[in-house]
Design a protein around this ligand. Structure first.
Ligand code: PFF
Length: 448
């Protein structure tokens, strides 16, 4: 177990893989394809790509600056940087967002364990489409199994976290991320060699802007935030572990490229297969759990590829839950002076207790609603539409308007050692473009 004071990743590749692991998750393989399917395929992809490059990368650099400058968790970082008291509220805000996100994220992460088991035991093969849909509905509406899988996922995450930044997070990311890419490429080859794959690729890469609504554009912006794990302190925390000699721009660029690549490749896996077997690409959140098992049932060696796919999904989810929990653990180790083990256990149990409500909101307590939504949907909405964009807005305003420009430049150029030709552009995005985009998200969330 390493001591959080001798903190940090041991190499740049370790930092990139760990942060890319945090970014690449259910958002890429579960959420991105179904959002793309519902919002005009390629049109959504192009708009999302634009937002990642124009706002996502600069915001990631901003979070890295805050973390690395202070070498602190998300609350401690603002405490160290603030000239006037009060800005550390942003840190507490992030912790709240993370708790709510982790509570519902761990539900879907738990589902992946169930589907790994089902596909490894060949339990889905031979079922009719209706039976597959029923199996999903009755599993998620239950109590014992979804809760058990959720708990297992949380335990697995806490176990990795308890080994520390270098021996836990960095080490596991260096193993799992390459495995994830290999499994994904295997799936890509399988999908592209299916008859009729072309139609799926056309759907993915030929933009149909007539299907993209204003809400779809906002969805693409929100997706870029969620997918890059921005606005909730994940990149502040991981930024504090990046070595002083590494380039924050290049690190952010690599992480974003990995994240985009996985999302696009997930689309390349899913849509050719969906089209090839005449399924509906706009299947919504059930796309990977209900539509894909049908696809696997119809494909040669489908059982094997189902197992590979759900393993891939589970790995992606695990490296993300690790980054979620690390935000809380870094905070409690540094601010509350708990040991890493104590922090891991207490945060795991707390998240589980809250997460129980999210899991059961698919079943026994589906009638408990907040503002007309189930608890799961409410947590999703509150975090995606309010907490994350408000947190990100406060971050850009703080660093762009209430912190000296020279210090920002000093951190980005590693004290002048690196040239940063894009600094003025970055700074303009930080002060003007990103806040405006975030205000639009927040206002449209309130109005819409
Ligand atoms: N970026 C992750 C995904 O796309 O699944 C989700 C996520 C992880 C969000 C960690 C926030 C976070 F702090």
């Amino acid at each position: 177990m390493d001591n959080n004071k001798s903190r940090g990743f041991t190499s740049n590749i370790g930092a990139i893989l760990a942060a890319a692991g945090g970014a690449v998750g259910l958002g890429n393989i579960w959420r991105y394809p179904y959002m793309l399917g519902q919002n005009g395929g390629g049109a959504f992809l192009i708009v999302n790509l634009f937002f990642v490059l124009a706002i996502g990368i600069p915001l990631m650099m901003t979070e890295f600056v805050i973390g690395r400058r202070t070498q602190s968790n998300v609350v401690g970082a603002y405490k160290k940087l603030e000239r006037k008291k009060g800005w550390a509220t942003i840190g507490y805000f992030s912790i709240l967002a993370v708790v709510l996100i982790y509570a519902f994220y761990s539900v879907v992460a738990g589902w992946t364990l169930n589907y790994i088991v089902l596909s490894c035991t060949n339990s889905l093969s031979g079922l009719t489409p209706n039976e597959i849909a029923d199996a999903f509905a009755s599993f998620t509406a239950g109590s014992f199994w979804p809760l058990l899988y959720q708990f297992c996922f949380l335990m697995l995450t806490a176990l990795v976290i308890s080994f520390g930044v270098q021996k836990g997070i960095e080490k596991i990311s260096k193993i799992l991320m390459p495995v994830l890419f290999v499994l994904l490429l295997l799936m890509v080859v399988r999908s592209l060699t299916l008859p009729g794959a072309k139609e799926g690729l056309q759907f993915l890469f030929k933009p149909d802007f007539s299907k993209l609504t204003g809400a779809g554009v906002l969805g693409a912006l929100g997706q870029s935030f969620f997918s890059l794990s921005l606005g909730m302190g994940a990149m502040v925390t991981y930024g504090s572990y990046i070595r002083k000699e590494d380039s924050l721009f290049k690190t952010s660029l690599w992480i974003s490229v990995c994240d985009l690549m996985v999302a696009i490749l997930a689309g390349v896996v899913i849509f050719p297969a969906v089209f090839s077997f005449g399924m509906d690409p706009a299947g919504g959140p059930q796309l990977v759990y209900v539509v894909l098992p049908n696809v696997f049932n119809n494909m040669p060696m489908g059982g094997l590829f189902a197992a590979v796919f759900f393993l891939l999904l589970g790995i992606a989810a695990l490296t993300s839950t690790i980054s979620l929990q690390e935000i809380i653990v870094a905070f409690s180790v540094e601010e509350l002076h708990w040991t890493r083990r104590k922090s891991s256990i207490i945060s795991m149990i707390s998240i589980f207790v809250i997460g129980i409500f999210c899991t059961l909101s698919f079943g026994p307590i589906r009638h408990w609603t907040l503002f007309n939504r189930t608890i799961f949907d409410f947590f999703d909405l509150v975090t995606a539409s309010y907490l994350v964009p408000i947190g990100a807005l406060a971050t850009t305003i703080f660093l762009g308007w209430f912190y000296p420009k020279v210090e920002v430049k000093d951190e980005i150029t590693n004290g002048g050692a690196l040239k940063c030709r894009f600094f003025e552009l970055y700074y303009f995005i930080l002060r003007i473009v990103a806040p405006i985009a975030l205000i639009i998200i927040i206002v449209s969330g309130i109005v819409g």
